[in-house]
Design a binder for this molecule. Structure first.
Ligand SMILES: [Zn+2]
Length: 442
């Protein structure tokens, strides 16, 4: 008997967590943060002093009380990738389970650096498992990681091999045939597993309503090329911002910055954190080509120098969502001696994550920026999530017996249900809508 518990991320985008009970053993997949709730709660409090219960009540981490009765049956916590909405709660609630955390080397590096920065000691062992390999959890359960493309390195599909068949977890991914960092998805292995038989597929629905194929990261790179190489005002600074974890995008920004003969400087803690993690596992080598400034005192000093020769620089800064304490917001507010001028260039290589707080923050940031007369280039970006036609291709490839839409609100999940019905699946027969806190038995 297999029970699938929708713990988090089935009613909203954020705090992803799924538990799968196979007879008498449980595998927990992903322990993510709901970032907005987390930031609200931690803005003026020391995170170490906030209890897991308080974090759960505030909706900042998955509410694992639904697992109370089966807590001591948990054999492993498996993490799909290094985004905070998938692994950011590990430091705070993983110790509620007496089980190892299993993830790829890059994800492990990022978790370790969060633990170090926040001075948190984790009781759980962190076990590293490479993409395209597997680990035996018990007599009856084997976990396999299959390489897939997304917007952060070393993202995996998770296959749980059981005597009832394979449970596949596909949160988050896109089918990128032209990635700019790392390989294309491991289609061969996905096909082999499909031939063995996928009993259930837990799959993201975030962009299921977008009738398109999500463009490759190579397309985002070309968009960046057009903008960056099109800028020829030598007296003006170029400032770019993107997701700090998006190493592929950062790699493209560096490439074009070099073509422009600009000095490239990363400014901010999270950029330093993800760059270090990527270098530690050998997937990028940025620090040979660029300068990285992590702490605010040094950032202030460095920016003062830049002021003297602003046309020589490409600055990559934190703050793409308009976060108030970010380097970008501080620059916009004029907190440094370095001031923005008309015809300076601001490139947002991202979209605004559509939550009320983010939308308000971004608007406020842009209003500040506009006061200086700076040029703003928005949405130089392609998402890391599968759109409707990718999802159709993926489901056709995986041929799952049962489908559980995840990673989205009601509207997003309904869009995925509509697609599966189009493909011949039947609601409540082999496609199941579940909300946070509920479970289904297969
Ligand atoms: Zn993700």
């Amino acid at each position: 008997m297999i029970d699938i518990y929708a713990v988090g991320g089935y009613t909203e985008v954020g705090k992803n967590c799924t538990a799968i009970k196979i007879d008498d053993e449980v595998i927990v997949i992903d322990l993510g943060l709901a970032l907005e709730n987390y930031i609200k709660l931690t803005e003026d409090a020391d995170i170490i002093k906030i209890s897991p219960e308080k974090l759960m009540d505030a909706g900042a981490v998955p509410d694992i009380s639904v697992l109370n009765k089966i807590k001591n049956k948990v054999k492993a916590i498996v993490i799909s990738h290094a985004h905070l909405d998938h692994m950011g709660a590990v430091p705070y609630i993983a110790s509620q389970f007496k089980a190892p955390v299993i993830c790829t080397p890059f994800t492990a590096e990022v978790i370790r650096s969060i633990l170090k920065d926040d001075k948190i000691k984790l009781d759980n062992e962190i076990k590293v498992l490479n993409s395209n390999s597997s680990i035996k959890i018990s007599e009856n359960i084997k976990i396999e990681f299959i390489h897939i493309t997304h917007s952060v390195p070393q993202t995996v599909l998770i296959a749980i091999h059981t005597k009832y068949g394979i449970i596949m977890y596909a949160n988050d991914f896109k089918l990128d045939l032209r990635p700019t960092l790392g390989k294309i998805p491991n289609f061969k292995r996905i096909e082999e597993l499909a031939n063995e038989g996928i009993y259930a597929l837990i799959v993201e629905s975030t962009y299921a309503k977008d009738a398109k194929k999500m463009p490759s990261e190579s397309v985002a790179k070309e968009m960046l090329r057009d903008v960056l190489l099109g800028i020829d005002n030598k007296d003006n600074v170029i400032i770019a911002t993107t997701f700090s974890s998006h190493l592929a995008r950062l790699k493209s920004i560096i490439e074009f910055g070099k073509k422009l003969n600009r000095k490239i400087i990363f400014l901010g803690r999270s950029l330093a954190k993800y760059t270090r993690a990527g270098e530690n596992v050998g997937i990028i080598h940025f620090s040979k080509k660029i300068e990285i400034v992590k702490y605010s005192k040094q950032i202030r000093k460095r920016l003062n120098k830049i002021e003297e020769d602003r046309g020589k620089y490409l600055l990559v800064v934190t703050g793409h969502q308009g976060e108030h304490n970010s380097v970008l917001y501080k620059i916009a507010r004029g907190e440094f001696k370095f001031k923005l001028k008309p015809e300076d260039n601001m490139i947002f290589s991202c979209t605004t994550i559509p939550t009320p707080t983010n939308i308000a923050n971004r608007e406020a940031l842009e209003n500040e920026l506009k006061l200086s007369g700076i040029r703003i280039f928005k949405d130089i970006h392609q998402s890391g999530h599968a759109a409707k036609e990718d999802l159709r291709d993926f489901i056709n490839l995986v041929k799952p017996k049962n489908i559980i839409p995840a990673h989205g609100d009601k509207e997003m999940k309904n869009a995925l249900v509509d697609l599966t019905v189009e493909m011949g699946y039947k609601t409540d027969k082999n496609v199941f809508l579940v909300k946070d806190g509920h479970k289904i038995s297969l």
